[in-house]
Design a protein around this ligand. Structure first.
Ligand SMILES: [Zn+2]
Length: 241
């Protein structure tokens, strides 16, 4: 029997290093696919007409992967996504960063638990935002328990620091924020979570609109609201674990 020569440190370390590089590449590829999938989904639901709306996800501790500016969400391909730092500056990509990147980086800065941010202009929720109305009436039990009241951030000019400043008062206690005369931003532990909050908010806006059209919307009472708020605290702590 011939004995095998002992492996040098270089030889043993190389496969592990290659493996981690491969894993990082795989996870970026997967996130590019996810951004493409949710972009199309958002477009099909009518939440992002034209070239509006944008999505992002944390790539690592220093960068995010995001949809680029000026593209239909229906036509995006994985290779169109851009990488930006946590100040919103382009690091790599063949397209430009969205002018709304400030909204995304404000969320990531305030909420280390957040992994993904979605911004869109769903029509009914945006109508509420354009009428200066928050979605804060206690009409639906499940919404109170999951998202709570959805506040309305003051109007801010797109592409300026005003956007992050307008969201700041609500970021810690809310996962969905209406933006006055603009749209909606939601965020969560991954793209699916952020997207579901977007969809849920638009559905609640439709329910609110219909309830008020019926003329007899009946808000929940204080006792019911208190119980739901307790349930929400448990729900949020479970989600952030
Ligand atoms: Zn927008």
């Amino acid at each position: 029997m011939t004995s095998q020569p002992a492996m040098t440190l270089m030889e043993t370390a190389a496969p592990a290093r290659q493996g981690s590089v491969v894993n990082i590449e795989r996870s970026e590829r997967e996130l590019r696919r996810q951004l493409t999938r949710f972009s199309k989904w958002m477009y099909r639901l009518g939440f992002a007409p034209g070239t509006s709306g944008n999505l992002s996800v944390r790539l690592d501790e220093e960068s995010i992967l995001a949809t680029p500016t000026g593209c239909s969400k229906y036509l995006l391909r994985p290779s169109d996504m851009v990488i930006a730092n946590l100040n919103g500056k382009l690091l790599s990509g063949t397209r430009n960063v969205t002018s709304e990147i400030g909204m995304h980086v404000a969320v990531y800065a305030a909420r280390p638990d957040v992994q993904a941010v979605v911004h869109a202009h769903p029509p009914i929720a945006t109508a509420f935002a354009s009428c200066g109305m928050a979605l804060d009436q206690p009409l639906c039990a499940e919404l109170l328990m999951t998202l709570g009241k959805i506040p309305l951030a003051s109007y801010a000019t797109t592409g300026t620091d005003e956007v992050g400043a307008s969201l700041e008062p609500y970021l810690l206690d809310h996962d969905a924020i209406l933006m006055a005369n603009h749209g909606l931003v939601t965020y969560g532990q991954d793209l699916l979570d952020a997207f579901m909050k977007l969809e849920t908010t638009e559905h609640f806006a439709q329910v609110c609109l219909a309830a008020h059209q019926l003329g007899c919307a009946t808000p929940l009472g204080e006792e019911a609201i208190g119980k739901l708020q307790q349930a929400r605290l448990r729900y949020r702590s479970n989600c952030r674990m």
